[in-house]
Design a binder for this molecule. Structure first.
Ligand code: ZN
Length: 161
């Protein structure tokens, strides 16, 4: 693992996602909207999304071999050791999905493509979030403090003495 590769997101902290056989790897056409969130912009559900539904695909340009070492995109997604997607194209709305330490969604890789699934029932108006993985968290989120709902709430609970 090289240093540059560390900035890529990884699914489920490097665990192999156990995909149930019934998974449908096709986005369900849910109504989602980009809005301001606690961490800049975020992607929000505009309607209820059932648990287990495929919400959206994280798409983009597939990097050329070796390009992952030099690419400056903030939206690199390491699909496998041989494939990294640059999710910066404007049409890739999934790039607005923020990290959460207690996420309502999860990224799953299927045949070299990345799909975001609902981990639980998502209510209209809820911000979508998935866990970016430990490496990304330690390198890019931890240094300035995580702004996900869970961590923000936890900080608010700490008594000011
Ligand atoms: Zn957090």
């Amino acid at each position: 693992m090289t240093k540059t590769l560390k900035k890529t997101k990884e699914t489920a902290s490097g665990r192999k996602p156990a995909a149930p056989a019934r998974r449908r790897y096709a986005p369900g056409g849910f109504d989602v909207v980009v809005k301001r969130s606690s961490a800049g912009f975020g992607l929000f559900a505009n309607e209820a999304i059932p648990k287990g539904a495929c919400i959206i695909e994280y798409g983009g340009r597939v990097l050329e071999p070796g390009e992952e070492f030099t690419a400056r995109s903030k939206y690199l997604f390491e699909v496998s050791s041989k494939k990294t997607i640059d999710g910066s194209p404007r049409w890739n709305v999934a790039r607005y999905i923020n990290h959460s330490c207690r996420p309502n969604s999860e990224a799953e890789i299927h045949r070299g493509r990345v799909f975001i699934f609902a981990k639980r029932t998502i209510k209209p108006g809820e911000e979508l979030a998935y866990n970016y993985g430990k490496t990304y968290f330690d390198d890019y989120i931890k240094p300035h403090g995580c702004r996900c709902l869970k961590c923000t709430a936890q900080r608010a609970k700490v008594p000011a003495k």
